[in-house]
Each structure stands twice: as C-alpha cells, then as structure tokens.
Design a protein around this ligand. Sequence first.
Ligand code: IPE
Ligand code: IPE
Ligand code: MG
Length: 243
Amino acid sequence: MSEGPQQVPQHVAIIMDGNGRWAQKRFMPRTYGHKKGVEATKKAISFFAKSGVRQLTLFAFSSENWNRPEDEVSTLMSLFISSLEKNTDELHANGIRIRFIGDRSAFSQKLVNQIEESENMTLKNKAMTLNIAANYGGQWDILNAVKKLAVKVENSEILAAEISSDLLSAELSLAGSPDPDLFIRTGGEKRISNFLLWQIAYAELFFTDVLWPDFSVEVMQQSLDAFAGRQRRFGKTGEQVKA
Ligand code: IPE
Ligand code: IPE
Ligand code: MG
C-alpha cells in the first residue's frame, strides 16, 4: 500500500495495441484505427508529462509489423511523418524531448530526415523524454548491444570478464534512461511482443482490455493508481521494504 505522497513512476513504457480491432468493430478499415490512435497518443503524452513522468516510451511499430499488408504498413509510415510534422513544435514548446529507438535504416529518407529534425529540435528539452520505438525489437536491441561489446573486446578496449549488466545496458537503445517502472499494454493481450525485454526486468505490469483509441485519461489515471498501490520488493521481503 502507498503511504504518504503518491508514487509516480519515473518511466512508463506502453504497448499501444488495439487500433485495428477498434476500427473493425466500426466496420472501418484498420488504417482508420491507426489515425484515431494518433489522437490517443497525443492525449497520453500530455497526461503522463503533466503527471510528472520523466520518460515515456511508446511502442509504435515492431520489427515484426513489416509482415502486415503493404497498405497498412505504408499508412503507418505516412502517419509517422505527418504526426511528427504536425506535432513537433507543440511538443517542443512543452519541453518534451523526442528520441526514436529502433532500426531506422529500413525507413524512407523522408521519414529519417523528419525523425532527425524532430530529435535535433527537441534535444535539450528537459520536461519529459518521449522515446518512440519504431522498427524496434527487444531481441534486436540486445543482439546489437552484444555485438558492440564483442567489437570492444576484439579491439582490446575491454576484457570479456569485465562485461557487466551496466556495460550491456549502456549499449542498449535506451542507454541513459532509467528502466521502466510501469509497463502498460492496452488491447487485451497479455504478452510482451518483443518490446523492451532487458529493461522491463522489474517493471510493474498493467494490462487493460481498453483498445488504444479509447485509452482515456480515466484509464491512464487507473494505471498510475495501480502503480502507486504496488509494493516493489526487488527480491526483498515486504517487511524489509517497509523498514
Ligand atoms: C497497434 O494496434 C498499432 C500497431 C501495431 C502499429 P494494432 O494494429 O495491432 O491493433 P489490433 O491489435 O490489430 O487491434
Ligand atoms: C505490438 O503490437 C507492437 C505495437 C504495438 C507497435 P502487435 O499487435 O504487433 O502485437 P502482436 O503481434 O499481437 O503480439
Ligand atoms: Mg495488435
């Protein structure tokens, strides 16, 4: 139970799931759900920033999502470009730093340019960092980090025996960010879908059946309330934590 001031998670990570089903329930194409999803995303960014969350990491496109129908993939890519074009100024005005994580080499030059522009413009902002995971996979992230460490060993910059969880964390795409405290998945599925694997080792999990376009401020607040009511033990006993 929470005693004293409510505990706000420093870092919230969200799998924004359910856009397609939201649209299909309305006999609309799945892409309509993604457009509605952008509005929910804007609401969530502003809610969590106002709540005092310092890092918000959103899963926008997984490395597996390339397997979707071509028109859905291309709509999503266009939505990334247009959402960044339309919203970077406002995010910047609100002190939000935009950072993309994932393999951007598969993106169009236009999208890469827009990502770089949004990242550069907001680089020094301090209110909240918004990490957007696009063409991201947790296994890709860990593999990449391992390869970078292997190169350092090859170049005799470090010894294999010196490899520690801190050294590995420093090579992951969220290097420099504390690990997520609260992990949220909308859309009813109870799985991680290759999102942050290493970093959610001790995150509190919150699953809701609400589909992403319906993710309201009330449900967002529910997730924070649920978090505040959890006792994080990190392996210790409840009595040790209270003491
Ligand atoms: C999440 O919603 C958005 C992306 C994966 C890009 P979905 O498109 O997965 O929606 P459902 O799960 O099919 O309803
Ligand atoms: C996870 O959702 C990826 C994003 C939300 C971007 P999916 O809808 O792709 O996950 P699965 O395939 O149902 O596990
Ligand atoms: Mg889905």
